[in-house]
Write a new protein. Sequence first.
Length: 241
Amino acid sequence: MASHLYNSGFGKVIWFVRRFGVCELFLKPIRYIFAPFIIPRLVKSEFTFNDRVLSLFYHTYNLTWSNERSVEIPIIRDFLSHHGSEDVLEIGNVLSHYGDVNHTILDKFERGKGIINEDILGFVSADKFELIVSISTFEHIGYDDEIDGDSGVKIIHAIDASRKLLTENGRLVLTLPLGYNPSLDQLIAGNQLHSDRSFFICRTGQLRWEIATIEKALSCRYGNPFPYANAIMVAEFGGTS
């Protein structure tokens, strides 16, 4: 298993406090305890993405009901609805925590049935994919894996490696929380990701997310006023020859 900041239980606590603060160390368990009582009482809420109206997704896993996953999951599921599972690669094991999946999953660290434990930079596949998706994963590259070097450079290399796995008309779709990784925020602010299309969505209420400008999204603070990301970017890329 590759080196990771939270490979051990104690190491994970240190990492968590470093990234989210001491208060969240106590608030997160409380949210987990009360989630089964809160989720059934949450009002159905919708948001607009790419001219489509989607419903917020509520789930107990990873506090999805209270953070950016509530918009990321429906967005990526909407992309997946247009593709067969054999044509899809997911980088970072996320969707399998919310139900059965049949597509290929690549995750450098997380072990599990059917998960390929390889780094995207070294992953070789005989098949090309029509759709590659990744939910809140690329912001960790070079930032949470205890690897020397600039995180921003490593993220760009990971995007390039992913695009090479696409079919001629394939798409790479990333959801990226803003305010978490300073190097990633700098890339986005400088338009250095070179995405074909990008969308920015800001959290404007407890159960409300709205499309925003890049300037508005980058001004949002991570963890304030709402837990975890208060803005995300959805970036689309085409393949490379």
